[in-house]
Design a protein around this ligand. Sequence first.
Ligand SMILES: [Zn+2]
Length: 352
Amino acid sequence: MTILLDTVVGQATAIETLRRALGNDRVHHAYLFDGPEGVGRELAAFGFAQALVCERRSAPPAGPSLFGGAEAPADPADKSSACGACSACTRAMPRADAQGRPIHPDIVVLERGLYEPGLIGRKTPESQDISIDQVRTLVLARAAFGPHEGRAKVFIVRRAEELSTSAANALLKTLEEPLDRTHFILLSAHPDVLLPTIRSRTLRIRFAPLGESLVTKLLTERGVEAAMAATLAHRANGSIGQALALADATAAEAATSFTQRALAAVASKDFTLALDLAGDAKKAKAELEMHLAAFSAALAAEGRTRALAGDPTATAYAHRHELALRALRELDGNAAPALVVESMLSAMRAAR
Ligand SMILES: [Zn+2]
């Protein structure tokens, strides 16, 4: 069970504004979530949408009480949050296997290039902007029918500043004549680029950059080592999204460097390089696992390339690949990381 709005961190003011709107039944028909990339705007948009489509939030008023007397007033706290557990709430969760879109039919994401051209009535990909075709197919053709499941319909526009002028003007028409239970959430890091007419018809909610200490904390929670987390947080300009991308890039760099050092250790005359690498592996098992996996993949790829070229050294790479996989299994079986690296490199050297 996940209440998405509860998972947005460091944006108390924005989230409070959204909850209040939900609690008071004063949800605006069009919002502009403005702020840098990677600070929680999109998560907040999905959280708000989840609350709007939730099947249990603000249940219809109960019939007259059996015992007569006044009915208990509805608890406003119930209205300000999704239940997080009903079928609609579950389907409102963004999914990694669907480009971060939810599968709920009443939560529709618009983004440049998100849909195959054929699906939105185009022949060419949207390389420049969010086209009028996308707005026509996804918004204009559907908005008139109202929500599929009766609660609300929510359109979320990623990088709304990329709307083409004709797309923005088409959207504007629906913003000027809002439809019942239909809501728009425009996400933008560059709201000044939006048409002034669009800006004036949306309610602006600001999402601030996150504090460095918060980004550091979020990174360590995701397994990034403390000193590295602090360095990355400092470089990330208050964006957890950017910090995670930097962490990924750093991890990829480290894996590449491990592969290069391992290959040099195998080729080298003496065993010093191998011992150095084994010494460095002492510290972190999880990290070594990633490096070994990358090393093994690099060996397999090199082996395939050489085999295709008819190069007889291909078998040596296949053998090294086997040894790298064996090292991974040993690590998995709780062998000491340094020993795993040392014996792998030593076996590879013996087979030169
Ligand atoms: Zn729910």
